[in-house]
Design a protein around this ligand. Structure first.
Ligand code: SAM
Length: 205
């Protein structure tokens, strides 16, 4: 069971980012995702080329840039990108923010790490293989892909992102990636009870 197989509905991302401040969005986390921070520390990685897919408010890109990574950050929403660019400029950070649909990406180049915190789990299930190939194509051989998505254990929230089991993630990414680890965690943000999540570390074959 990768999720309840019903089709899920998602907001029009552009309208959403136009409508209100990013700080109020449930996924807003000003800190570097704790699980990513732990994984980078365990791998002793403090620099290199990083891509943040579905960057939204851009906070993960800000923190990676401050750590020493050369960061590219993308989102489907032009408004999200415009807001993140402005915030980065105010912080004096140099980040390559671009509007881009990862399912029809115009990015090229090779990254040492790719992070996705909440984009994959809102994509249509039939596009998962397209997503996997796009990510694999943008990553250096041996590069790391870090993924945070909702877990099948998240049962309290009605609707919202697709839920995943370890097995479903292994099936989705196995063709192009070696699974390093998948751990139970939460999705930190503005909700009082953080949703249950899985944090995966994959390595490009
Ligand atoms: C749950 S939010 C997470 C935002 C951000 N990663 C964070 O942790 O704050 C998911 C993001 O994915 C973006 N998104 C959805 N579909 C996308 C696609 N096909 N390509 C790129 N970004 C997409 C949305 O606009 C939204 O900003």
């Amino acid at each position: 069971m990768s999720d309840k197989n019903e089709k899920r509905e998602f907001p029009d991302w552009e309208k959403l980012y136009k409508a209100g401040p990013v700080e109020k969005m449930p996924w807003f986390n000003p800190e570097l995702d704790e699980d990513l921070a732990d994984a980078l520390e365990a791998l002793d990685m403090r620099g290199g080329r990083a891509l943040d897919i579905g960057t939204g408010p851009g906070t993960q890109a800000f923190r990676l840039s401050e750590m020493g990574f050369e960061v590219t950050a993308t989102d489907l929403s032009k408004t999200a990108i415009r807001k993140a660019k402005k915030a980065a400029k105010e912080k004096g950070l140099e980040i390559d923010f671009r509007a881009d649909d990862i399912l029809a990406t115009r990015l090229s180049g090779s990254f040492d790490i790719i992070f996705d915190r909440g984009c994959f789990h809102v994509l249509p299930p039939e596009k998962r293989a397209v997503y996997r190939e796009a990510v694999a194509g943008l990553l250096n051989e041996g590069g790391y892909f870090f993924l945070k998505c909702f877990s099948y254990r998240e049962t309290k929230m009605q609707g919202g992102p697709y839920r995943f089991t370890r097995k479903a993630l292994k099936e989705a990414f196995g063709p192009a990636f070696r699974v390093v680890s998948i751990k139970d965690t939460v999705y930190q943000g503005t909700l009082e009870a953080p949703p249950r999540a899985l944090f995966s570390v994959f390595r490009r074959k």
